[in-house]
Design a binder for this molecule. Structure first.
Ligand code: SF4
Ligand code: ZN
Ligand code: ZN
Length: 316
């Protein structure tokens, strides 16, 4: 296997692209394509401040590293979810990356913002942890970005994430979410920032190769709550198809962007957004889902601390 650029021995094989690269040329190829994705979809410019969601995993740290190297103005945003050792290690890796690269990092504690950790939220709502976690991440990241003057929010979603979400959307015909899935989403309300995913053309393996070659110290273990998630099943199925037919994942997602999304966008109903009566953030309801969640968590906590009434003695 030879590098397509210099014909030296290749260290990264990309059968889906019919290419292979030596380490320096792979890094160059990766960073060039991220820059191309950003420019071609007009995600952001070098003058804009970008808030990058950093979990401490390979994708988000690979994204941050690339954006720094490409000269974009970035600040990291880390949510400490309170999921035991996994969250502590994730925070440690993110903070040590920021220190080593001398870049700004905003850390928000979910326990402080919501009043409970993600496992407690899950108990209070009687729902799987990912439900409250996803809502909390979207809300706190958007609010922090707006309050601190970032017009754009970048996340490390890769091709595997996007293809699995698309597969789930099609299997269950979730027309609303299908119409909204895109690597670059414009703001639809003054209180909502632009959302972008510059790594959307790279598979999980490709971002991992970049992170390893750049010697990024990331959290290898996945969140303990991810086991059993349907998205992992879809990723597995897509990987099996990819192994037999190289390039399927990329063609599947790019085909959706080219053929289906424009049709859905032109026929889809425009969602009416207003300001939440409690917090003022953009929502479709009177009170936003985040405020309703915080309220339920608060009431659950109150019930837990309320003293049990003393037994009443029967009348004599
Ligand atoms: S897998 Fe973990 S980090 Fe991801 S949404 Fe679920 S609880 Fe949150
Ligand atoms: Zn080379
Ligand atoms: Zn609200």
């Amino acid at each position: 296997m030879r590098c397509v650029k210099c014909h030296e021995t290749a260290s990264v094989d990309l059968p889906s692209r019919n290419a292979a690269y030596c380490a320096p040329h792979y890094l160059e190829h990766f960073e060039y394509e991220v820059g191309h994705n950003i420019r071609s979809l007009k995600m952001f410019t070098t003058d804009e401040r970008v808030l990058v969601a950093v979990s401490g995993g390979k994708d988000s740290l690979a994204l941050w590293e690339t954006l720094i190297r490409l000269g974009y103005k970035t600040t990291g945003f880390h949510l400490h979810l309170g999921i035991g050792e996994y969250s502590d290690l994730s925070r440690e890796k993110t903070e040590s990356y920021a220190r080593a690269h001398n870049v700004e990092l905003i850390v928000v504690e979910v326990e402080e913002a919501v009043g409970a950790t993600i496992p407690e939220v899950s108990t209070a709502l009687r729902r799987v942890p990912c439900s409250g976690c996803g809502l909390t991440k979207r809300y706190l990241m958007n609010r922090t970005a707006r309050q601190q003057g970032f017009p754009v929010l970048a996340t490390g979603h890769n091709l595997d994430d996007e293809a699995a979400t698309l597969m789930g959307g099609i299997l269950h015909w979730q027309m609303d979410s299908l119409g909204r899935q895109a690597p670059a989403l414009e703001s639809t309300h003054p209180k909502l920032g632009r959302k972008v995913k510059p790594l959307y053309t790279f598979s999980e393996k490709e971002t991992a190769s970049y992170a390893v070659l750049r010697r990024i110290d990331y959290v290898v273990d996945e969140c303990p709550n991810s086991t059993g998630a349907l998205s992992l099943l879809y990723k597995d199925v897509l990987n099996r198809i990819e192994a037999e037919s190289h390039g399927t994942k990329l063609r599947f997602f790019q085909g959706y962007l080219k053929n289906l999304r424009p049709a859905l966008a032109s026929t889809g109903q425009k969602v009416e957004l207003r300001e939440c009566a409690t917090c003022g953030e953009a929502t479709t309801a009177e009170v936003c889902a985040y405020c309703r969640m915080v309220d339920r968590v608060y009431k659950w906590k109150q019930r837990r601390v309320a003293p049990t009434p003393a037994p009443v003695s029967p009348p004599t």
